[in-house]
Design a protein around this ligand. Structure first.
Ligand code: UDP
Ligand code: GLC
Ligand code: MN
Length: 363
């Protein structure tokens, strides 16, 4: 029988090049920092470019092509404030990796700080509590057993029920609904999925236990690659109000600048522009600063941040833009460019290539 190292794998997902950057840092954290002995798999959709796939192939043992699965459940996703998360149903493809006996799924915005290979001793479905509602598990880190049967059952369930948050986490919590009560062994300790803002709700606990944290999760619309980084001081400056812990962001950027950025093809700047192009063109010698941005936030996410008191005064929320918006609204509803009507769709659908291309890559 094959070694466990062959039969077990860590799995992650990217539907576009920006999340693929996250996968690259995650993969490197598993290999260089945590020294895992298990296989690394990244699931990708057509939204990931060939050049990014070549990068991923340097770190991951397997690049697994999947179709985009989209919940299109905009009504529930609005509750979460993250319209971009409808594509997270694509995660369910991980159950089809039946060449492995057991696997651990990790979101592309997680970072592994210490070896976590002991997770493979747990059973399906093991996960850590969600910091926002601890009777639900957070689906950014979970242990599972690949099985076509489970994959089909999940899709059936999705079509019958929909997801209460419009993304994978709501659905998985309904499908594995006895997680909170049945078996404490399936409750992973919080150190396996510490949201990087948790300290602000319980700072003394963070101070006490921070050295035992094994996996950090940068949940929310602002990700590590959105924060400004200075190539002279080699320091990241956390965007104010995101609540992200600076030490963890710094580890993310150290891995990125050491193992990934030097290997990015500088011609990516011309080919791709945007955030990836800018990152590819960064050079430690030039003393350039990567500006970071909140430009990636949708109008809805900005609204949510605004309501939380997180206002982007220098960018999208600057007075000039607010004034423009006020003028537009005063001209009546026909002039307003966006409305957020609740969608009647609750079902999932496997999107065609054409629909998939309509989704702009989220940067
Ligand atoms: N994801 C992706 N493309 C997207 C949105 C999400 O590939 O446009 C994947 C990616 O692996 C990501 C996961 O789905 O880490 C869940 O989304 P995210 O981490 O942004 O959700 P959060 O943890 O912030 O709630
Ligand atoms: C969560 C999880 C993420 C999941 C999303 C949508 O906040 O962190 O992994 O994809 O919800 O359900
Ligand atoms: Mn995440």
């Amino acid at each position: 029988m094959a070694e466990r190292g062959e039969r077990e794998a860590f799995v992650t997902l990217a539907t576009n090049d920006t999340y693929a950057l996250g996968c690259l840092v995650l993969g490197n954290s598993l290999k260089q920092r945590a020294r895992t002995t298990r296989k690394l798999v990244v699931m990708v959709t057509q939204g990931v470019s060939q050049s990014m796939r070549n990068q991923l192939a340097r770190v991951f043992d397997m690049i697994y092509d999947v179709n985009l699965l989209d919940s299109r459940d905009s009504a529930n996703l609005q509750l979460l404030g993250r319209p971009d998360l409808s594509v997270t149903f694509t995660k369910f493809h991980c159950w089809r990796l039946t060449m492995f006996e057991k696997a651990v799924f990790l979101d592309a915005d997680t970072l592994v700080l210490q070896n976590v290979d002991e997770l493979f001793d747990r059973e399906e479905l093991s996960a850590a509590p969600d910091a926002g509602w601890p009777d639900c598990f957070n689906s950014g880190v979970f242990v599972f057993r690949p099985s076509e049967e489970t994959y089909n059952a999940l899709l059936q369930f999705a079509m019958a029920q929909g997801s209460f948050d419009g993304g994978d986490q709501g659905l998985l919590n309904m499908y594995f609904r006895d997680w909170a009560t049945k078996d404490i062994a399936r409750h992973l300790p919080f150190i396996y999925n510490v949201v990087s803002q948790a300290f602000y709700s319980y700072l003394p606990a963070f101070t006490q236990f921070k050295d035992s944290v094994k996996i950090v999760h940068f949940i929310g619309a602002t990700k590590p690659w959105h924060h400004p980084y200075n190539t002279t001081t080699k320091e990241v400056t956390p965007l104010p109000e995101t609540g992200h812990n600076k030490d963890y962001l710094q580890i993310w950027w150290d891995i990125f600048m050491t193992f990934i950025q030097p290997t990015l093809d500088p011609s990516l700047k011309e080919q791709m522009g945007g955030l990836i192009g800018e990152l590819a063109a960064l050079s430690l010698e030039s003393g350039a600063t990567y500006g970071g941005s909140q430009e990636h936030l949708s109008e809805q996410e900005r609204k949510l941040n605004w309501e939380r008191g997180q206002v982007d005064y220098l960018g999208a929320d600057k007075f000039e833009n607010i004034e423009k918006k006020l003028n537009k609204s005063m001209q009546g509803p026909a002039a307003s460019s966006k409305t957020y009507a609740a969608s009647p769709f609750k079902n999932i659908s496997v999107t065609s290539k054409a629909t998939e291309q309509k989704q702009p890559p989220k940067e």
